[in-house]
Design a protein around this ligand. Structure first.
Ligand code: ZN
Length: 282
């Protein structure tokens, strides 16, 4: 390290100051003051980063409404790729503030009927979108992955509109979610060692999701998962309509190929790529 300008570089304060201290005739009091000043600046920067790691206008949904359940599937192995996606360093729902407030509104309406929203995916870093796209092209497909697209191979996902190089999730304006009946008895948990039926099968045969029966599992790339599909039972249709009504009254629009995908209009579509990290405790 050399050069005076680097003295104030936040990335290398320690080594630069140590270098400065070896300079002949340097005033030790001044050096100590500089060390103290840099230590204070570093602490201030670190403190700010810990308290507010998100870009402006993004929030942890937990801070807006902790009653909304979360099962962020891409942060673990229970998803169509079968592993955690790039950028999901924590299982946290992050959204734009307006989205969080609208979700809270929907949740309040549903709570009166002993129902709760459950978030399955929220903000998605661009690197995760790239990860999914690369996976869709890699030519390998396991039976567990095939559960999510039983009618065609994964190489067709892009052409059919289930996978894209850009996603509304990367703007923080789109969410994937389902409903939980708070009066229902708790069902079995997902077991990665079990061979479940595909995502279009009857609910007891599908991988359990601890939510109401919407007619297919989450991320099911199939016509049965199209929001208006008629290939589902009247009760499954009522659950989809309940979710759609609550989300629509809060301002969201549904994506017709996926009963679980909603976005809030009016938010700039720029993609972000910051990783999802754990929320600080303070
Ligand atoms: Zn989605």
């Amino acid at each position: 390290m050399s050069g005076r300008a680097e003295l104030w570089s936040p990335s290398s304060p320690r080594s630069t100051v140590m270098g400065t201290l070896t300079m002949p005739c340097f005033n030790r009091v001044a050096a100590n003051l500089i060390v103290a000043a840099i230590a204070a600046m570093t602490a201030l920067t670190a403190g700010r980063a810990q308290a507010d790691p998100l870009p402006a206008d993004f929030v942890y949904l937990r801070d807006i409404d902790p009653s909304i359940q979360q099962d962020i599937r891409y942060a673990g192995a229970n998803n169509f790729v079968g592993r955690r996606l790039a950028g999901y360093e924590a299982a946290e729902c992050i959204v734009r503030r307006a989205v969080g407030l609208a979700l809270r509104q929907a949740q309040r309406e549903l709570a009166q009927r002993q129902l709760s929203l459950k978030m399955l995916d929220c903000y998605r870093p661009q690197r995760a979108v790239d990860d999914i796209y690369a996976w869709a092209q890699d030519g390998n497909e396991t039976p567990a992955q095939r559960r999510y697209n039983p009618s065609f191979s994964k190489t067709e996902l892009f052409r059919l509109g289930y996978v894209a190089t850009r996603s509304g999730h990367s703007s923080g304006a789109a969410v994937d979610l389902t409903l939980v009946d708070l009066r229902a008895t708790k069902g079995p948990s997902f077991d990665s060692r079990r061979a479940y039926a595909d995502c279009t099968a009857a609910e007891p045969l599908r991988a359990p999701e601890a939510s109401v029966d919407m007619g297919t599992g989450y991320d099911c790339s199939d016509a049965k998962a199209h929001a208006a599909s008629r290939a589902i039972t009247p009760q499954q249709r009522r659950w989809r309509e309940t979710l759609l009504a609550a989300m629509s009254s809060a301002g969201f629009k549904n994506y017709r190929l996926e009963w679980w995908h909603f976005s809030l209009p009016g938010i700039a579509r720029a993609s972000y790529d910051f990783p999802i990290v754990a929320k600080s405790k303070n």
